[in-house]
Ligand binder design. Structure first.
Ligand SMILES: Nc1ncnc2c1ncn2[C@@H]1O[C@H](COP(=O)(O)OP(=O)(O)O)[C@@H](O)[C@H]1O
Ligand SMILES: [Mg+2]
Length: 313
């Protein structure tokens, strides 16, 4: 073993929208909105500084999600450094169904892996910890795979577990896909939204949902004309509607206006799909959102094709 690096590493990790309607706990889409973490090894202790969204939150440093993920990453690559210092510049709203927890976890794991690689003077961080191990660790911390898979791989992802371990298929969505996010003012914790789900769903709903999930892959990769039927979900959104009624109303109103819209992740944000050749749709999303309840922040985004990555020191 050589010595820990003095230089910091910097990672960016994208927001992600999971489920996308019928792809519950499996489909994810990486978005062009990023958290940035600069991390370095310190002489002792844990120092966290955060700016951007949720900067006012106070953490016990060891409870901070980026730090917890870094600890897991160091554990898997040979051990903990004497101290950790991180600077977070956060743009992904926390607790709004945009994968902030996944971004924090994946960023922390990639930062720890890069610092461990520098300690060993390894040129390829993946030699210290394979991407598949990063995904597995991220999923263990997060509790479900959909956001972490899209955050790590970028693009459109299908995460699935055969029992022998977690796998991800990454697809390239339509070049013209232009997701528009509608973010309300008040968050809902993923754990709260999960509690609203029933243990069982009717067989007919399960059957309809599988059809739409299969259709959604086709729609998002080559047939945008199918996006409306393909984004219809039968197994989770309706059960969560009473915990986030404005979200349910905005999804229904957008869909009634011909714009495919879904609950983003566990909500309460709404994801609307527009395509470049119908640029007027983005303005229409904003116009409709302005009529539905308390103010929505409307963010026209692109797909992040790369996923979480090192961007230097
Ligand atoms: N950048 C971050 N730094 C530290 N903790 C974070 C960060 N992003 C998310 N978290 C933690 O994750 C929680 C939000 O996770 P969750 O309820 O799954 O919502 P989301 O849909 O945003 O992932 C926050 O309340 C916070 O505890
Ligand atoms: Mg989350």
């Amino acid at each position: 073993m050589t010595s820990w690096p003095g230089q910091p590493v910097t990672v960016v990790a994208p927001a992600t929208s999971a489920n996308l309607g019928p792809g519950f706990d499996s489909l994810g889409l990486a978005l062009s909105l990023h958290d940035r973490v600069q991390a370095r090894v310190a002489e002792s202790g844990v120092d966290v500084q955060a700016t951007g969204v949720s900067a006012g939150q106070r953490w016990r440093p060891d409870q901070h999600l980026v730090v917890r993920a870094m600890r897991a990453g160091f554990e898997a690559t040979g051990g903990q450094p004497p101290g950790i210092a991180i600077r977070c510049r956060n743009a992904v709203p926390q607790g709004f169904g945009l994968g902030s927890s996944a971004a924090a976890i994946v960023a922390g794991l990639l930062a720890a892996r890069a610092l461990a690689a520098a300690r060993e003077a390894a040129t390829d961080p993946a030699g210290m910890l394979a991407d598949s191990d990063v995904l597995r660790l991220a999923c263990e911390i997060e509790g479900h795979p959909d956001n972490v898979a899209a955050c790590q791989a970028g693009g459109l992802t299908i995460a699935f577990d055969t029992g022998a371990g977690l796998s991800v298929v990454r697809l390239t969505p339509l070049a013209g896909l232009a997701p528009v996010l509608c973010v309300p003012a008040v968050p809902v914790a993923t754990s709260t939204a999960r509690r609203a789900l029933p243990d069982q769903v009717p067989h007919a709903d399960a059957a309809a949902n599988s059809t739409r999930a299969a259709l959604l892959i086709v729609a998002l990769t080559s047939r945008p004309d199918l996006l409306m039927p393909a984004t219809e979900d039968f197994i989770h959104q309706r059960y969560r509607a009473s915990t986030m009624p404005r979200t349910a109303t905005l999804v229904a109103t957008l869909r009634a206006a011909g714009i495919p819209a879904v609950v983003s992740g566990a909500g309460p944000s709404v994801l609307a799909f527009t395509v470049d050749d119908r640029a007027a749709d983005a303005a229409e999303v904003a116009r409709i959102a302005a009529q539905v309840g308390a103010p929505w922040r409307v963010l026209p985004l692109r797909v992040d094709a790369e996923g979480a990555r090192l961007v230097g020191g």
